[in-house]
Design a protein around this ligand. Structure first.
Ligand code: GRF
Length: 202
């Protein structure tokens, strides 16, 4: 299964996927990495691993829709079966979802539907929850609102700050993402409304 990863940041989730895909039995291969930011650290990781990279910068396009369409095209060049958004800090618009919807998954560092958006870790900490976690879900038109594929809990400690909590979450998150991407690649996904099951049967 050909996988394209969308990222905007350091790429620790990408690094975990690259480590996993070295095993032919994993079932998924990262064939391309696409970013909105030319200086995303994850692009360096991809290049070091010999994986092709493409940057699609919003500033290079007249408007949001043009950028969205260009992003969809850039992803299409790699002919992926699955698109994984891992720390991609842009919303995917209707043109992109029209083409890739149902095959795009996202990882979020909170237990959705709690704490969606760009500051899920900070918001969970501020709310005083004792347990947070991470979620892998299908992307729909909303912000972190798509059907949930898998989740894992992570404890919040009294002396946590955002960075320390996010690191603890990321340790669990990349394991969950590697597990889910491999299983989806090998077994497929079946979606019934908001209920998602890994494993064909569909
Ligand atoms: C991850 O925690 C992801 O859920 C969040 O941003 C972080 C990206 O980390 N949206 P990395 O770039 O994969 O290290």
């Amino acid at each position: 299964t050909r996988v394209v990863v969308l990222l905007s940041g350091t790429g620790s989730n990408l690094a975990a996927l690259l480590a996993a895909h070295a095993d032919p039995a994993y079932g998924a291969r990262v064939v391309g990495v696409v970013s909105d930011k030319p200086d995303a650290g994850g692009l360096v990781l991809a290049r070091e691993a010999g994986v092709a990279t493409v940057v699609v910068r919003p500033g290079d396009f007249d408007d949001r829709a043009a950028w969205d369409a260009a992003l969809a095209e850039a992803v299409g060049v790699f002919r992926p079966s699955l698109v994984v958004s891992a720390g991609f800090m842009r919303l995917l618009g209707a043109p992109f979802l029209a083409r890739w919807g149902g095959r795009v998954i996202n990882t979020h560092p909170a237990l959705l539907p709690s704490f969606p958006g760009a500051h899920g870790v900070r918001d969970a900490l501020a709310h005083g929850v004792k347990v947070t976690g991470c979620t892998v879900h299908l992307i729909d038109a909303g912000v972190d609102t798509g059907p949930i594929i898998a989740q894992r809990a992570v404890e919040v400690r009294d002396d946590d700050d955002e960075a320390r909590l996010h690191e603890r979450i990321k340790t669990v998150e990349r394991e969950l993402l590697v597990d889910v991407v491999g299983r989806v690649a090998r077994e497929g996904l079946s979606v019934d409304g908001r209920r998602v099951r890994i494993g064909s049967g569909g």
